[in-house]
Design a binder for this molecule. Structure first.
Ligand SMILES: NC(=O)c1ccc[n+]([C@@H]2O[C@H](COP(=O)([O-])OP(=O)(O)OC[C@H]3O[C@@H](n4cnc5c(N)ncnc54)[C@H](OP(=O)(O)O)[C@@H]3O)[C@@H](O)[C@H]2O)c1
Length: 350
């Protein structure tokens, strides 16, 4: 059966489609992004599932991929960005037993998420709670799985701790803030934008530090904690924030380094690492194996999904753009004006 472009044709397990994707036609700037029709979608085999994507959020990694600086792992097109999606299952491989066509799902991907259809390993899919629309669900996977994996699985955050989050108004930052507040953690956040700190207070932020000079960070944290410091630091910024992390850390504290928007290098006092008996973790989600990603997804589903399902934790949607406005969406993310997630709508049925 022939499919119209953008329409799925399934008959006797034959899948032939044309679909629209975000496409990087040259690796340099956002101006080289376009929406393109492609027709080489694989049929889901074995433990894979074909998902019709309704909405897909953007990530800083997409901005790097556009410039050719962060290619996906092998097996994924470097031209089609997208690390997360929300949509509906349309076909399952013959070894998939626990997901049915029609189920609303969201998940992380190593690439190709910003397309009308994606093939995902079944173990990376989570059923979307009923109260969330596709657009709201699209805000969840990358931000909440990254945040949960960093502060809980690696940082060992527990009730009664103090958590410092840099760029707390970011997608990952707001996710970490909400997870931490649901566990009775004292949360300090930084931002260069005062307004983002005020808005983060609505999500339960206890203390906001406006960063005009990086030394504001340790001064603010030590003042807010009576000199004790933070037990866990979620560093989404890197660069010259990192030496401040060590100064802001409590004895036996943990720094989880997740992002490097302020740069890849820093000069640190190794003596502080020893004196604080500090633990420093670096982490990335994208290049992990399917089994590692499934473990992070399962841990998120165990701890955070119930909070999303009953509304104690909310998706952090800033703004949506139709697929046709993909350049505007990327430019908006790059402007650092967003508070939470920027979402591309790939269907009108959201
Ligand atoms: N390792 C992983 O697996 C993984 C996964 C997801 C995300 N990440 C990383 O985590 C970070 C947050 O991601 P996101 O998608 O949540 O980000 P986002 O929503 O785009 O927000 C990032 C915020 O960081 C702040 N910022 C940007 N450049 C900065 C600089 N030079 N110095 C200080 N602050 C700066 C800006 O806020 P203000 O200036 O207003 O404070 C900006 O809005 C990014 O670095 C991203 O690459 C890593």
């Amino acid at each position: 059966m022939e499919g119209e472009p953008g329409k799925l044709a399934i008959e006797k397990n034959v899948v032939i489609i044309g679909m629209k994707t975000v496409y990087i036609n040259a690796f340099s700037s956002i101006d080289n992004l376009e929406v393109r029709e492609v027709d080489d979608l694989p049929k889901p085999q074995g433990t894979n599932v074909l998902v019709r994507v309704h909405a897909a959020a953007l990530n800083r990694a997409d901005l790097l991929q556009v410039r050719g600086l962060y290619p996906p792992p092998s097996g994924y097109s470097p031209n089609i960005p997208g690390l997360e999606f929300a949509g509906e299952v349309v076909e399952i491989g013959d070894e998939v037993t626990d997901i049915k066509p029609g189920t609303r799902v969201f998940g992380i991907a190593a690439g190709e998420g910003q397309a009308e259809y994606i093939v995902s390993h079944a173990s990376l899919l989570v059923e979307i709670p009923e109260r969330l629309s596709f657009v709201e669900a699209a805000c969840v996977p990358e931000a909440f799985i990254t945040a949960h994996d960093a502060i809980v699985s690696q940082g060992r955050l527990t009730a009664g701790d103090t958590l410092l989050i840099h760029a707390v108004g970011s997608g990952v930052g707001l996710a970490a803030l909400q997870i931490a507040k649901s566990w009775d953690v004292f949360v300090i956040g930084t931002s260069r934008t005062e307004d983002k700190l005020e808005r983060a207070c609505e999500f339960g932020l206890d203390v906001g530090i406006v960063v005009r000079d990086v030394t504001d960070i340790s001064a603010g944290v030590l003042e807010a904690t009576q000199g004790l410091g933070a037990n866990v630091i979620l560093d989404l910024v890197g660069g010259d924030y990192f030496p401040e992390d060590l100064k802001s850390l409590a004895i036996l504290g943990r720094v989880v380094l997740v992002g490097l928007t302020a740069g890849r290098t820093a000069e640190i006092d190794l003596g502080t690492v020893l004196q604080k008996r500090a633990r420093v973790f670096g982490t990335v989600l994208r290049p992990r194996s399917i089994a590692e990603k499934a473990a992070a997804t399962d841990a998120f589903a165990r701890d955070v999904l119930p909070l999303l399902a009953d509304g104690r934790v909310r998706p952090n949607l800033d703004r949506t753009f139709p697929l046709t406005d993909v350049r505007e969406a990327y430019s908006y993310l790059a402007s650092n004006k967003s508070f939470g997630k920027v979402v591309l709508e790939l269907s009108t049925d959201n």
